[in-house]
Design a protein around this ligand. Sequence first.
Ligand code: SF4
Ligand code: FES
Length: 369
Amino acid sequence: MADEKERLQEIAPPPMAMLAEVTHRCPLACPYCSNPLELKAAAQELSTEEWADAFRQAAELGVLHLHLSGGEPASRRDIVELVSAAQEADLYTNLITSGIGINEKRLDAMVDAGLKHIQLSIQGVDEETADLVGGYKGGYKRKLQLAEWIGARGIPLTVNAVCHRTNMASIPEMIELALTLGAGRLEIATVQFHGWAIENRSQLMPTREQVEATTQLVEDERKRLEGKLVIDYVPADYYATYPKACLGGWGRIGINVDPTGRVLPCHAAESIPSLEFENIREKNLHDIWYHSSSFNAFRGTDWMQEPCRSCDRRLVDFGGCRCQAMAIAGDANAADPACHKSPLKDKMVEMANTAANSGDKIEFVYRGR
Ligand code: SF4
Ligand code: FES
């Protein structure tokens, strides 16, 4: 038994987190949504019992944190039962929500069922911008209302803000808004170009100057707000020297389960055509985590090509983002083109510059519409 444990540990440590995309349904239509272009229909979604079983399997496998996400997870009528099932499995449950579809009664029911933390997305710092980006009139006001209810109940709150060319100038206001809403943490993530964001690349791509100014601003604000607000920041890496260690390394930390039960190493992994994904309806999570071809595809370093294979940073950034390598290099085994050692770095910067300087007219392609 001990040998078996050691052998599995060599393949990968147990996962820490599960991102459960319980539905793709969402009242918002953000133009950078990370959901795939082909959204799954409600009729294909896992049932309450199937999700409850997935949570039990996750806990047995070693998962500690469950992120209930979507789409909008509150679009599921059984969201309270899902929280309850997660609590029974002894998972620390976080709800990632747009705030739409949650009234006070529902919030209380989720808290009573064991919800521990809420991440609330904001699409802008004023009503007009937020509702324009989210594609949902009245959304901003409802988010403010929900934040107030959350604060009144003392539930830890993180505000999530995706930043892009059209809102990067308002990051100081976003920080103030997060403080006003009573958040203990603000997550500022620069838009990742997968799924719907690719459709809107020319509207969303930040300029090099914006990225540099934002990085400096976040650094200064972290110092100023130490002890008051934690700021997590995912910078854009198109103009950087090195890529980000996407996912903390493929198949090392987390599991994504899509609304239909397909288990993915990354929410954008479908963009890599050579991968095949298993379904929790057909196989148990333990086998998928340790033995599936998709999770093992980019574990370790054997899959790497040069320049990653002999690079000192190969266990620091794990060769960067596999989905970005696929999107720009057309090869998921290549070095992430964000890396200065990649032969495609110049092409990537040129692509980013072209998109970032393509004018200020906003004509979003909204998700699902
Ligand atoms: Fe990372 Fe590969 Fe670049 Fe080295 S060559 S820094 S491992 S992406
Ligand atoms: Fe899939 Fe980076 S987004 S590996």
